[in-house]
Design a protein around this ligand. Structure first.
Ligand SMILES: [Zn+2]
Length: 480
């Protein structure tokens, strides 16, 4: 089974397919914990509520897939190692339909992932119908063409989710024990928002919704008060749509060129006693974070937001790159918490030849650079798919599956996992699950490509970036 139950004991006998499955309410169990007792006369499942019973039934479904209808008698006692086991889908670079998202969500629930990080705003698109700022979906959801990597089209493209569709997704997730974590990336990755409301940038000049991949220069102006007024009203509207505990406010890849050249931003730095633009980003994130906290939410940011050294310790840091000047460690030592999402383990937009299924499974859950507080500061982990180069559902699915399942097991079992070979063998037996849910998962021969195939896939992927793209990215990275 995947994730592998944490305690299992075979007992005497077999339970024929017709034995009844009974639920027993056990309030002392945690929300995600469950127990299963399979005996010749009945199958008894214990849970403290909907999620526990749902998890017990997914485990039973997998047992039937492995053993057939008659099950060997056994006792299972199960619950997760980490409370945050997440999957992210970028719907800004490419829009995916509600049906496709539901398929991905349903499959993720099967492996007991419990947070859906929904990336709904970026340079290349804003994807949610907005009540307070309609230009966001009217202007920000459509771009004039697609020029991602070596793909070129001058066709308009885009789309957005209506408020009813968002509610539908949130409700669907809730039924499956999944909380939706929306991400409005800021202060960078906001070109689509600025295309609709250019007054919020430092230059205040019109920009177009992004059409290519990469790091964009324009940021929200951290010096103008109207920026914060706008964001707070926007967040109020979004919090109505997304009732969950966590809210992601981005914070990655924000080059500081505009802030360094902006009168308003410089004035803000002086007034607030901030030494540099990194600290200004800390100030910016803290202001948005404290607004969310005042509404009872827990903000999450990408790790670049800690580099100023002044990020509030209540803000959860999502790690995707390496630590810089031990700032992440310092944040954790202050009592902060982290979600693991390292590129080389967790990013599924790369071909398997670059990030194999084994790489995903081998995610280090206690990174050495975290120091002694490392392990305790980790809330959980996330598998992600960025979609600059993914234009159709089939490609999305084959890149994510079965890699999402590997991350799901690491998050559920932690160090008790029996190792990659054991996982791989169990996965082979459960492959029919992907067929059952109509998911185009990558088949066994593609999971861990040999060196030659890996080199070929790497070369093909690298063709998405020209020499100029690489230069530009390097320059932007140095300014983050
Ligand atoms: Zn500014």
């Amino acid at each position: 089974m995947i994730p592998r139950p944490r305690k299992m004991k075979l007992t005497e006998g077999t339970a024929p397919s017709e034995v009844p499955v009974k639920e027993r309410l056990c309030p002392q169990l945690g929300v995600e914990e469950y127990r299963i007792y399979i005996s010749p006369k009945q199958i008894l499942i214990d849970g403290s509520g909907k999620t526990g019973f749902f998890y017990a039934r997914t485990t039973l479904e997998q047992l039937r897939m492995i053993y057939g209808e008659d099950l060997p008698c056994m006792e299972i006692e199960d619950g997760p190692a980490y409370s945050y086991r997440s999957f992210q889908i970028d719907c800004a670079r490419h829009y995916f339909s509600v049906d496709e998202l539901k398929k991905m969500i349903r499959m993720s629930a099967e492996f007991k992932l419990n947070h859906f990080h929904w990336h709904i705003s970026d340079d290349q698109g804003w994807r949610i119908e907005s009540k307070c700022y309609p230009r966001l979906h009217e202007i920000g959801s459509v771009r004039a063409g697609d020029h991602f990597g070596n793909y070129h089209s001058d066709q308009k493209s885009g789309g957005y989710y209506t408020r009813d569709e968002v509610k539908d997704i949130v409700d669907y997730c809730k039924e499956l024990g999944i909380e939706v974590v929306p991400e409005i990336d800021m202060p960078g990755h906001v070109t689509a928002i600025l295309a609709a409301y250019p007054n919020l940038s430092c230059l205040g000049q019109p920009v177009e919704v992004g059409m290519k991949a990469g790091i964009f220069k324009e940021l929200f102006c951290a010096g103008r008060e109207e920026t914060f007024t706008f964001i707070e009203k926007l967040l109020d509207d979004l919090m109505d749509l997304f009732p969950g505990k966590y809210f992601h406010i981005g914070g990655d890849e924000a080059p500081k060129e505009r802030w360094n050249g902006c009168e308003n931003c410089q004035k803000r730095m002086k007034e607030e006693g901030l030494k540099n633009a990194q600290e200004l980003q800390g100030y910016f994130c803290n202001r948005i974070a404290s607004y969310l906290q005042s509404k009872g939410r827990i903000p999450i940011v990408w790790n670049e937001a800690v580099y100023g050294g002044n990020l509030d310790k209540g803000v959860v840091v999502q790690l995707w790159t390496e630590d810089k000047d031990n700032q992440i460690q310092a944040h954790l030592y202050k009592g902060g918490t982290a979600i693991l999402a390292m590129v080389e383990n967790c990013y599924c937009d790369y071909p398997y030849g670059m990030h194999s299924l084994k790489d995903m499974y081998d995610l280090e859950t206690a990174p050495a650079e975290f120091g002694e507080h490392g392990e305790a500061s980790v809330l959980g982990m996330e598998c992600l798919v960025w979609t600059e180069f993914i234009r159709d559902n089939e490609r999305l699915e084959e890149l994510c599956w079965p890699r999402f399942a590997a991350l799901a097991e690491v998050g559920w079992c932690k160090k008790e996992c029996l190792g990659y070979e054991d996982f791989r063998e169990r996965l082979t037996k459960l492959f029919a699950l992907f067929e059952k849910y109509g998911v185009h998962a990558t088949k066994l021969e593609g999971w861990d490509p040999d060196d030659e195939t890996a080199a070929k896939q790497t070369e093909e992927f690298q063709m998405n970036f020209s020499k100029e793209d690489r230069e530009e990215a390097r320059r932007a990275q140095n300014d983050i």
